[in-house]
Design a binder for this molecule. Structure first.
Ligand code: S3P
Length: 452
């Protein structure tokens, strides 16, 4: 019988965060650097690649399709010998994408007309997440995809030599960078023009990186929220080196931790501050956080800065809905800030949180209630009545990395120890979270157990 590792965190109460360091590389950009680098013509060097399980799943998938990729070394240097748009080979067996929704959704588009059949598979959580949002538009473009009864993975892509996709003009039913990227990547192989209209701005790393690799895009702003992005199929990608900034979604835990613990003064270096990702900064500032940016510059088409966070008393707010897609991965951490803030915080327009690695609304509400916080879930968000300290207790992260790291930060504002179960998946996005957190003042340890 196979044994799985079960990791529990124990976070002791109190403390403050201080120091200056980098969190690991951006997950979204790391995935895309492997995908576009593999399809480019020439050799590309990536620095700062995230060595988390999710981005490594993408890297292994491209190796399995015949791309020569060396690294990552200790500094996150990866070298790819690009095979060009039509150089991928059929993998032996299915591509195992683990817990990574980004890998599965983007590859559904990118691999839907490669001239070979393949299967995209994932772990239990990924196999229960919605995939029709990507398979429907790609099938409309002419792809043949078989999914499970509820439209979930494993996804079998049947792509013989005759599969020629046709361009599509698609309006996204929800603000999702993964769906947008899937369609644009399928569009690279489609006849004619492919356009995607998004209802609100979502992360635009695919667009930026395609342009960085010399691919022409037409991007029109339709109003203050909507944009239409178009490209012509049949072009090529020219190799270009990539410097991956630190991930603002990983920085977010420390931004919240420093904001809620008296005496904290922390600087996070070289963090990506792409305007489609800075909801965490905007929301924390609206709550009264003391955050300053310095050393702002652009690296490889992505803006970065050093972010300094000092403790400041927070107040509850109604989170503006236009900030939701810009902070979509940060709500577990933001809920911890809201629990420590004076007054009520209301989150609306965030139903997407129910279909992330876990149902993040339920997971946070359940955990915070166990820890004595007055909060409730709604269909599309949460209401949190803040201002009290967390009590001691045991919460379940449900195998969701962001839930685990958020509750670890809650201990800074707690009366007793917090035990967090099922934390192994922190490795999907933040290898050595415990080491880094410990070194800046969070009193958290992790214990390994083998479970039959
Ligand atoms: C991602 C987009 C977001 C985000 C995910 C990574 C990406 O998902 O939650 O962690 O890299 O494109 P949606 O676009 O589905 O909201």
């Amino acid at each position: 019988m196979s044994k799985e590792q079960s990791i529990t965190y124990i976070a002791q109460p109190g403390g403050q965060l201080s120091g200056e360091f980098r969190v690991p590389g951006d997950k979204s950009i790391s995935h895309r650097s492997i995908m576009l680098g593999s399809l480019s013509e020439g050799t590309i060097t990536i620095s700062g690649f995230l060595q988390g399980e999710d981005s490594l799943a993408t890297l292994k998938a491209f190796r399995a399709m015949g791309v020569q990729i060396s690294g990552p070394d200790e500094e996150g240097k990866v070298v790819i010998n690009g095979v060009g748009m039509h150089g991928l080979r059929a993998p032996h067996g299915s591509l195992d994408l683990g817990n990574s929704g980004t890998s599965m959704r983007l590859l559904t588009g990118l691999l839907s007309s490669q001239g070979f059949d393949l299967t995209l598979a994932g772990d239990h959580s990924l196999s229960s997440r919605p995939m029709k949002r990507v398979t429907d538009p790609v099938v409309q473009m002419g792809a043949q995809i078989e999914s499970q009864e509820k439209g979930t993975a494993p996804l079998k892509i049947c792509s013989n030599d005759n599969t020629q996709l046709k361009g599509i003009d698609y309006t996204l039913p929800m603000a999702s960078a993964q769906v947008k990227s899937c369609i644009l990547l399928a569009g690279l192989y489609a006849e004619g023009q492919t356009c995607v209209t998004e209802p609100a701005p979502t992360r635009d790393h695919t667009e930026r990186m395609l342009q960085g690799f010399g691919y022409q895009l037409d991007i029109q702003k339709l109003d203050s929220q909507k944009s239409k992005i178009c490209l012509q199929g049949g072009g090529k990608l020219t190799a270009c080196d990539i410097d991956v900034p630190s991930d603002i979604s990983s920085a977010a835990f420390f931004m919240v931790g420093a904001s809620i613990s008296k005496g904290s003064d922390l600087t996070l270096n070289h963090v990506g501050i792409n305007p489609t990702r800075i909801g965490i900064i905007n929301i924390l500032k609206l709550m009264g956080a003391d955050i300053t940016l310095s050393n702002e510059k652009e690296v490889g088409g992505e803006p970065v800065a050093d972010i300094r966070i000092r403790y400041a008393p927070l107040k509850g707010i109604h989170i503006p809905e236009e900030q939701v897609p810009l902070a979509i991965d940060e709500f577990p951490a933001i809920s911890i800030a809201a629990a420590c803030a004076q007054g009520q915080t209301i989150l609306t327009g965030a139903e997407e949180l129910r279909v992330k690695e876990s149902d993040r609304i339920q997971a946070m509400v359940d955990g915070m209630q166990i820890l004595g916080i007055d909060c409730e879930g709604t269909t599309d968000g949460m209401i949190i009545n803040g201002g009290s300290e967390f009590t001691s207790g045991t919460v379940d992260s449900l195998g969701d990395h962001r839930i685990a790291m958020s509750f670890a930060m809650a201990s800074l504002c707690a009366k007793g120890a917090i035990t967090i179960k099922d934390c192994a998946n922190v490795n999907t996005s933040f290898p050595d979270f415990i080491g880094l957190a410990h070194s800046c003042g969070l009193n958290v340890t992790s214990s390994n157990e083998q479970e039959a």
